[in-house]
Design a protein around this ligand. Structure first.
Ligand code: SAM
Length: 207
């Protein structure tokens, strides 16, 4: 820990996640959440305005006290027409009961979780059998040239970004944790370097 990790990284995350393209994606992805929702890595709370009427409560989990404080200060939780509960903690070991959520939402978070496989096993544990994992994540490109650069740059990228990885095969991680993917859209975003913009967006259920 230090000034960079405690002060700079949370502000970089909060700023970079407000891009127009990210906002456009949130607007299309987040409204699919239903019932009691667990948002993994809620960050600065940028998804909160996009939840729809079918949501009864959002529990937002994050291991960054700075980002949780930003969510609180933003007032986005107070403005929501459902209960919002912010919980300090890590997705690899969650303080929630088995089968207690209808939806788990993760947006640009699986890249940053140190043990993503363990976190996905936890997500599967807390999801109801008829629940859904809704995700939008960047990750490993299928193009060899891009992938080589992802591998080369990943060590320095991870250090500077506070733990984000460029090279994770998000669909494989989700399937390996015991999910069936019902819908998956992949491709590069319009803007930004290819190493950081190959996206996986979709919906999965416990298999
Ligand atoms: C790039 S930010 C995305 C934030 C937010 N999901 C959004 O869409 O704006 C990655 C988030 O993952 C969180 N994170 C990192 N490690 C985590 C872990 N082990 N469990 C849960 N969240 C984690 C970070 O604190 C940060 O809020």
């Amino acid at each position: 820990m230090g000034v960079y990790a405690d002060y700079v990284v949370p502000r970089l995350i909060a700023f970079s996640m407000r891009s127009k393209e990210a906002t456009r994606i949130r607007r299309t992805v987040v409204p699919a959440a239903r019932g009691r929702v667990l948002e993994i890595g809620i960050g600065s709370g940028l998804n909160l305005p996009f939840y729809g009427e079918d949501v009864s409560a959002v529990i937002g989990l994050d291991p960054s006290r700075q980002l949780l404080a930003m969510t609180e200060r933003s007032g986005r939780g107070d403005a929501a027409p459902f209960a919002v509960d912010l919980t300090y903690g890590s997705a690899e070991d969650m303080p929630f009961e088995d089968r207690s959520f209808d939806t788990v939402l993760t947006t640009w978070t699986l890249c940053s979780i140190a043990e993503a496989g363990r976190a996905l096993a936890e997500i599967r544990r807390v999801l109801r059998p008829d629940g859904a994992l809704i995700f939008v994540e960047h990750g490993r490109s299928p193009d060899l040239g891009v992938r080589r650069w992802q591998e080369r740059i990943n060590p320095i990228w991870t250090t500077l970004s506070g733990g984000c990885n460029l090279n994770r095969d998000i669909a494989a991680l989700i399937r390996d944790a015991g999910f069936a993917i019902d819908r998956l859209e992949v491709g590069y975003l319009v803007k930004g370097p290819k190493i950081a913009t190959y996206h996986y967006e979709g919906r999965a259920r416990p298999a």
